[in-house]
Design a protein around this ligand. Structure first.
Ligand code: 6CM
Length: 247
């Protein structure tokens, strides 16, 4: 079989052996499993979740949580996208080659460690939000196939002595993000761009790591998360439209 470069780099169907022998593996496995499970649990009827953005099939909820006056609101979003698979969605979210094309809060991204084909460590600086200090983050990112037609990417903060926190003008923030995607197509049919639908659950919790005005932060989140999810999903649809469907 002839593979294009793109097909080879799609998320692997099983965990890469190089990841399972890495010191971070137990943590990566545990947090990914927890996050993926939580992502597919609904918010419907659960107390405390407030809907703050709705557009087409996209719905975004947040819970207002403050710890010592710092905003740590968990966010949860649901979306449905036609014409792309869960595997494709996760490929574009995980692979750093595309990140600058859809990530609008990003200033700079550095690959700190290539653990395996399905796990990387990133350092990222974000655009400064007035009047707060600039933020950076250091996190591992792991993509995996979970159940049938389901793929997910989990990002979670970590440490690295070569990238110490709060050593530059940046304040280190802490993040846990999960993008979980599940594809469906009519029973008895072969999946195609015309009959496939991917349900997305995106969860994010950001600890700003130091003082930031609550009102400003909530306003930024309210504007930036819907913008991100619309832009990212639109980007993937656009990138995939002339390529064969990858399941
Ligand atoms: O999940 C998203 N992007 C991933 C790839 O970059 C990754 C990023 C996680 C970091 C999320 C940090 C958000 C904070 C951005 C605002 C700047 C902070 C300044 C705070 C001080 C006032 O998982 C998409 C993330 C979309 C965020 C809107």
């Amino acid at each position: 079989t002839v593979h294009t470069r793109d097909q080879i780099e799609l998320p692997p169907p099983a965990i890469d052996n190089r990841l399972t022998v890495h010191p971070l593996w137990p943590e990566i496995d545990r947090i990914s499993t927890e996050q993926i499970q939580a992502a597919f649990e609904g918010v419907g009827g659960e107390i405390g979740w407030q809907l703050f953005a709705e557009e087409g099939d996209m719905r975004m909820y947040r819970r207002e949580v403050e710890v010592d006056g710092m905003v740590m609101d968990p966010l949860k979003a649901m979306h449905k996208v036609r014409g792309v698979s869960a595997r494709e969605m996760c490929h574009y979210f995980f692979n750093p080659r595309y990140r600058y094309e859809w990530e609008t809060t990003l200033e700079q991204m550095t690959i700190v460690e290539e653990i395996s084909s399905d796990a990387l460590v990133f350092h990222q600086t974000f655009k400064r939000i007035w009047p707060a200090s600039q933020r950076d983050a250091l996190f591992w990112s792991h993509v995996r196939a979970s159940s049938e037609n389901t793929f997910a990417v989990t990002n979670h903060s970590t440490t690295n002595t070569e990238y110490p926190a709060n050593s530059s003008a940046c304040i280190r923030l802490f993040v846990t993000v999960c993008l979980a995607c599940r594809s469906t197509y009519p029973a008895g049919e072969q999946p195609t761009r015309d009959n496939i639908t991917t349900s997305i659950a995106y969860c994010s919790t950001v600890n700003p790591g130091g003082w930031a005005p609550a009102g400003v932060l909530r306003a930024v989140y309210k504007r930036e998360y819907p913008k991100f999810l619309k832009r990212f999903t639109g980007y993937v649809v656009d990138q995939c439209k002339d390529k064969p469907l990858a399941i």
